[in-house]
Design a protein around this ligand. Structure first.
Ligand code: FAD
Length: 365
């Protein structure tokens, strides 16, 4: 049997999901190399900081929307049949204020907060809240059953699933994407390199994609559990400040956020933002604390900042050749990397297969 040596660069949700799908084919021998691995918390590593929930943002009819639609069955299946992955079902209520529509957060969530969203027919238990149940200042709201992912369990779980299929994990820091071809665990040159380096694709040699930019998200993890997820289109604190509350599976605490700050690279939690995040969270869902309590009722596990790896034209999933090395890119998933993870990985795997097929056909000539 022919075997194919594949190096996946990056061990965030994108690289791990791509490695997992590649490794389901026994002929594929997959090495995952990364500067950061699950267990690390670093400003250069977005995946651990995510909420992470399934809240579709893609514009109706776009590739983004299609990737979100196509990833839902996989996440739903994990929540239903493999709770050890750290994914559970959670109801979510999404509030919309029309006055947010021109802000960064309002535009980010425009599709999500529309009263008639494209995803309403396949998410579970979708309903628009009746007008008389809307909180003051809210123009419309919807509720459905989504999932929430405990990233501290899910990312290591993905590693384990990959290892079960024979993937080998190695730490390495690349200066140039073509170096990856020489890092396969067999010692032989890789047939294909898959670039899943997220925000680093902006500076990595051989990629240097200036469309990639950070969208800073400041969050806190608290021990309080309000029982379900809530989010809103914006806030009165600033056009790039928002509020969301995501209780994670399996004792992961509750993520409260947040900010949506384009081109802001600040890695440190800002105490002023943190204070406003707590105030807004209590307003959005008072069940977070006991009756009569204020922010002092929040039991903080940690503060955090993550940089969403956004890209002007949306995710880049395409074939490339860099210094003679065949590369497939899969990066630039902004604030939606989990909710498109399986479908984007599938697309990347399809491109890897095309390259391998071409190499195979050429070898036969
Ligand atoms: P990353 O997780 O950043 O991984 C990049 C990998 O590449 C790392 O392993 C890194 O070490 C490696 N790497 C980089 N450069 C090199 C190099 N030179 N050599 C070797 N290795 C290298 N998404 C959702 O779907 N739902 C949510 O609710 C959600 N909430 C979010 C909330 C916040 C606050 C943030 C910050 C993000 C959120 N996201 C959410 C977005 C999601 O986290 C990202 O889209 C996703 O994590 C991107 O994953 P990635 O694997 O592409 O990048």
């Amino acid at each position: 049997m022919s075997t194919y040596n594949i190096v996946v660069v990056g061990a965030g949700v994108t690289g791990l999901t791509t490695a997992l799908l590649l490794s389901k084919t026994p002929a594929n021998k997959v090495t995952v190399i990364a500067k950061h691995m699950p267990g690390d918390y670093d400003i250069e590593y977005a995946s651990p900081w995510a909420g992470a929930s399934y809240m579709p943002f893609g514009k109706k009819g776009s590739d983004h929307a299609e990737w979100e639609r196509a990833t839902w069955p996989a996440l739903r299946d994990l929540a239903e049949h493999q709770p050890e992955s750290g994914i559970h079902f959670q109801d979510i209520t999404i509030h919309n204020r029309l006055k947010d529509q021109n802000t960064a957060t309002g535009q980010w969530s425009a599709e999500l907060t529309s009263a008639n969203p494209w995803f309403k027919d396949f998410v579970l238990n979708f309903q628009n809240l009746p007008r008389d149940q809307l909180p003051p200042g809210i123009d419309n709201a919807q509720r459905f059953t989504s999932v929430c992912i405990n990233t501290a369990i899910y990312l290591p779980w993905l590693v384990s699933q990959c290892m079960k299929n024979g993937c080998v994990f190695k730490r390495a820091v690349l200066k140039h994407i073509s170096e990856a071809a020489e890092t396969h665990h067999s010692g032989k040159k890789a047939n294909v390199v898959v670039n899943c380096t997220g925000l680093a694709s902006r500076t990595l040699g051989g990629v240097a994609d200036d469309q990639v930019y950070p969208v800073r998200g400041q969050i806190m993890i608290v021990r309080n559990d309000p029982g379900s997820m809530t989010s809103i289109s914006g806030s009165d604190d600033g056009g790039d400040e928002v509020s969301y509350i995501f209780p994670r599976a399996a004792g992961g605490g509750t993520v409260i956020g947040g900010t949506y700050q384009k081109n802001n690279w600040d890695p440190l939690p800002d105490p002023n933002f943190a204070n406003r995040i707590m105030q807004r969270a209590l307003k959005l869902d008072p069940r977070l604390v006991k009756e009569g309590q204020g922010v002092e009722g929040l039991d903080i596990v940690r503060h955090g900042v993550g940089l969403r790896p956004a890209r002007t034209d949306g995710p880049r999933i395409e074939k490339d050749q860099v210094d003679g090395v065949k590369v497939v890119h899969n990066y630039g998933h902004g604030g939606f990397g989990y909710q498109v993870s399986f479908s984007c990985a599938e697309k990347a795997v399809g491109l890897v297969n095309e390259i391998i097929q071409q190499q195979h056909d050429r070898a036969k000539l």
